[in-house]
Design a protein around this ligand. Structure first.
Ligand SMILES: Nc1nc2c(c(=O)[nH]1)N[C@H]1C(S)=C(S)[C@@H](COP(=O)(O)OP(=O)(O)OC[C@H]3O[C@@H](n4cnc5c(=O)[nH]c(N)nc54)[C@H](O)[C@@H]3O)O[C@H]1N2
Ligand SMILES: Nc1nc2c(c(=O)[nH]1)N[C@H]1C(S)=C(S)[C@@H](COP(=O)(O)OP(=O)(O)OC[C@H]3O[C@@H](n4cnc5c(=O)[nH]c(N)nc54)[C@H](O)[C@@H]3O)O[C@H]1N2
Ligand code: SF4
Ligand SMILES: [Mo]
Length: 744
């Protein structure tokens, strides 16, 4: 029987609405949902890959247990028994901190990852938690936390209403946007230009997005903080600052003024390789536009000055008066689970870092985790407190983390490893047990994280397209069984009882939160109102109903609930972004902290770097529309055609280095050497080469036949885990010094 389902795509941050036609258990067709409240019919080629992903014969369907180098398909009980033995032994002998967890990117697109993964992590009670965040956006979360009081209080450019967008280190025409949920970036940027707005792109590559821009400037990798300070300096020096209504909500403007003094366009130009006059013009154009926004993304984060660059983006948005104004950089108001929309409005506890430190390098904890750059050394450095076991949940750090070679070897030396994952890949091949969640089409979907970053306030729940097949465990059930094991309840813990405990605790926490819309209510009444649901859906219903648009369990009868979302298969439009300062703030002062101490102290490091202008060849990454980090290379529709894992080299560099187009280059950094095919292009700045990440599917012991036939090169064998952005502990992938020569 043919059926039609409406479904938010879980693959990237754009959250496109899809129409999925099915016949029995088969996907027949996938197209964009023209009625979707946010995407209006847009989709990208990856959406079609959902069908291949669902049907991929290599996608694991049953638990796997490894004995030596042989994998055995086993039942769930046997798998959990083995885990209870393995993790139990490590915890008994070495304590909880000897068990690490690594949380990968797909958790941000999976409701279980946001509702039930935290339950597992709390039950584990280990300080050794790592995630892809410290290879990605941690610098922005640190700067946002310090400035605005919550890690997801990240302003997004008000794309549909701005007159001027200065974009650094992002290529949304390839990535479809990041920390910026806005499907159809191309359409939105074209409309910006049609209404005479201006798009300015700063990128060491002439990216797809740069090709759409009015203006593009190459920048020496890793120097965005220099450029942004040069822009800020000009704005202040030329009297272009006009914070307006924000003035009374800001602390530290004078400190910022003092800091900017040294970073004149003339001082920063030799470092970032953008002419002083150009920097002045960038500043004037931005400051004079009626409504403008600065937006920086991964290129500005995964570099040595990531937190400073992330901070300066919002400092400039503030001093130009564009923060929190229509057409500027605004805060979304998510319908569920947002820290900046719960509790007391306008004030909070702020954020605190460094509650513990990593054993080997003493790197500070951030938001409960440690930098992924130090995962390998925490495993392979002998001594007390060494990591002995690891649980990965939707992560592939052997391809995505820096110094990947060392990590790969370290994982082989663990006493025990568990992976919750859908593939036997470069990372999970080291596991003793792999627990596969079902196809993403067999679970409900709601973007708890990404709606904090959307250009329009929306709420969209998609029910499962397919029912969960008998004998399968949903991802949240797997996570609760693991929580049962690490909390001492053994391998057969009662999932429903644990889930009841989870919701009871959440209700109690909500009722105890000052400013809660449920204050004074009877917990039993709330529990009863949620009783028909379980798992993530029950948590979501609680979050929606107690959230800023919620029905507050009856006191706002026309407010949101999961039932209301179920009646709206194309999503609900909750309106355009609206100014939220001061209500959005959760700093102890109730102000925007424009000059937090930790950041001010780090400016000294930036100042020192003004004296060093290197001419080393450096490497950056890039993204391709038909790829997604490391894990979609087993889908034929995405890997067919010309290989995309090539080294981009400027013609001048190619001539100097003796490289020819289509030849093979040998690329060496301090930590590794790899080979990759050369693609000569003047779309890259001289002195810079680019190699994408997520490739390197040539490791033995994996089971991804299509990927193995299109292996590509693991660029993270070159990334140096010793080089970090110190404030955020974030990995540095941009500006890696390399030498390149023809492979003999
Ligand atoms: N197709 C596709 N889409 C994806 C992904 C994918 O792998 N493929 N991954 C998803 C994920 S996890 C994320 S986090 C997002 C990321 O989304 P984006 O941030 O848009 O990522 P990229 O497309 O890599 O664009 C980064 C740009 O920064 C440039 N750059 C490198 N170094 C520097 C620098 O020092 N300064 C400046 N100014 N620019 C620099 C690069 O040349 C590149 O063009 O994409 C998501 N979407
Ligand atoms: N050099 C360089 N390195 C980078 C980057 C870069 O730009 N350059 N970008 C960084 C960024 S932005 C990110 S986000 C990280 C990503 O780093 P990771 O999150 O470690 O890597 P992914 O490639 O996203 O791997 C996702 C894993 O989840 C599994 N998976 C997919 N769907 C599901 C699911 O529904 N459930 C479960 N349990 N598992 C699932 C896949 O099989 C795969 O093993 O990489 C970082 N690494
Ligand atoms: S842009 Fe992202 S969300 Fe939209 S269809 Fe493509 S992968 Fe899915
Ligand atoms: Mo990412």
């Amino acid at each position: 029987m043919q059926r039609v389902s409406y479904r938010t795509c879980p693959l990237c941050e754009a959250t496109c609405g899809l129409v999925i036609e099915t016949s029995g258990r088969e996907v027949v067709a996938i197209r964009g949902d023209e009625e979707d409240v946010l995407s209006g019919g847009f989709l990208c080629p990856k959406a079609y890959a959902l069908k291949e992903l669902d049907q991929d014969p290599d996608r694991l369907r049953t638990p796997r247990l490894r004995r030596g180098t042989t994998w055995h398909e086993v039942g769930w009980d046997e798998a959990f028994d083995e885990i209870a033995r393995g993790l139990g032994a490590v915890m008994t002998e070495h304590g909880r901190n000897a068990v690490a967890a690594y949380v990968g990117n797909p958790n941000a697109h999976n409701i279980s990852g946001l509702t039930h993964l935290p339950v597992f992590l709390r039950a584990l009670g280990s300080r050794s938690v790592f995630s892809a965040s410290t290879a990605d956006q941690m610098p922005k979360q640190v700067s946002a936390g310090l400035m605005f009081g919550a890690p997801l209080s990240i302003p997004v450019p008000d794309l549909d209403r701005t007159d001027h967008l200065l974009m650094l280190g992002a290529d949304p025409l390839a990535s479809n946007g990041s920390l910026l949920t806005a499907p159809d970036m191309k359409g939105r940027l074209r409309r910006l230009r049609q209404r005479r707005g201006r798009l300015v792109v700063i990128d060491p590559r002439r990216s797809l997005t740069a090709l759409e821009a009015d203006e593009h400037h190459f920048i020496r990798p890793g120097t965005d903080a220099h450029l942004l300070f040069g822009i800020l300096h000009t704005i202040l020096a030329e009297g272009l600052a006009k914070p307006g209504r924000l003035t009374e909500h800001v602390n530290g403007l004078d400190r910022v003024q003092a800091l900017a003094r040294e970073f004149s366009p003339d001082a920063v130009a030799p470092v970032c390789r953008i002419a002083p006059e150009t920097i002045r013009q960038l500043a004037r154009d931005l400051a004079r536009a009626p409504r403008a926004a600065v937006y920086g993304r991964i290129g500005t984060c995964t570099q040595e000055f990531g937190t400073l660059a992330s901070w300066l983006v919002d400092v400039i948005n503030t001093v130009t008066g564009n923060l929190d104004r229509v057409g500027g950089a605004m805060f979304a108001k998510a319908a569920a689970g947002s820290r900046n929309a719960s509790g007391t409005a306008g004030r909070g506890r702020g954020v605190r870092f460094g509650r513990w430190a990593s054993r080997v390098r003493g790197l500070p904890e951030l938001y409960g985790e440690l930098p992924v750059s130090c995962l390998a050394e925490e495993i392979d450095t002998p001594g007390d407190g060494r990591l002995r076991a690891l649980v990965t949940i939707a992560g592939n750090p052997v391809l995505s983390a820096p110094n990947a070679g060392r990590l790969d070897a370290a994982l082989a030396g663990l006493e025990f490893m568990v992976s919750v994952d859908i593939y036997l890949n470069e990372t999970t091949r080291h596991a003793n047990v792999v627990l596969p969640p079902p196809s993403s089409l067999a679970r409900g979907h709601y973007d708890l994280a990404l709606y904090n970053l959307a250009v329009q306030n929306v709420a969209h729940y998609s029910p499962p397209v397919f029912p969960l097949a008998p004998g399968k465990l949903d991802e949240w059930e797997i996570l609760l069984r693991l929580a049962g094991i690490v909390s001492g309840q053994g391998p057969r813990a009662d999932v429903d009882a644990l889930d009841d405990f989870v919701i009871t605790q959440m209700i109690e926490r909500e009722l105890a939160t000052p400013g809660s819309r449920l204050a004074g209510r009877d917990p039993a009444e709330i529990r009863a109102a949620l009783a028909a649901r379980r798992g993530p859906e029950r948590v979501l219903d609680l979050l929606l109903r107690s959230g800023p648009y919620g029905d507050a369990f009856g006191s706002q009868p026309d407010g949101l609930s999961l039932a209301a979302l179920e009646r709206a298969p194309h999503g609900l439009d909750l309106g355009p972004l609206e100014p939220r300062i001061p209500e959005v703030l959760r700093t102890p002062s109730g102000k925007i902290e424009l000059a937090p101490d930790a950041i001010v102290e780090d400016v000294e490091r930036l100042r020192r770097s003004l004296a060093t202008t290197s001419s080393d060849l450096v490497m950056v990454g890039r993204r391709h529309l038909r790829s997604n980090n490391s894990w979609m290379h087993n889908l034929p529709v995405l890997v067919k055609g010309k290989p995309t894992c090539t080294l981009h080299v400027h013609p001048n560099d190619a001539a100097r280095l003796g490289l020819r187009d289509g030849g093979t280059a040998r690329i060496a950094s301090r930590v590794g050497t790899v080979e990759a095919p050369v693609e000569i292009t003047d779309a890259i700045m001289p002195g810079v080469v680019s190699l994408p990440h997520g490739w390197g599917h040539d490791r033995p012991g994996t089971a991804m036949a299509v990927a193995a036939a299109h292996p590509g090169t693991n660029s993270n064998l070159l990334a140096d885990g010793d080089v970090l952005d110190p404030l955020s502990g974030n990995a540095v992938f941009n500006g890696i010094p390399v030498t390149v020569a023809p492979a003999s």
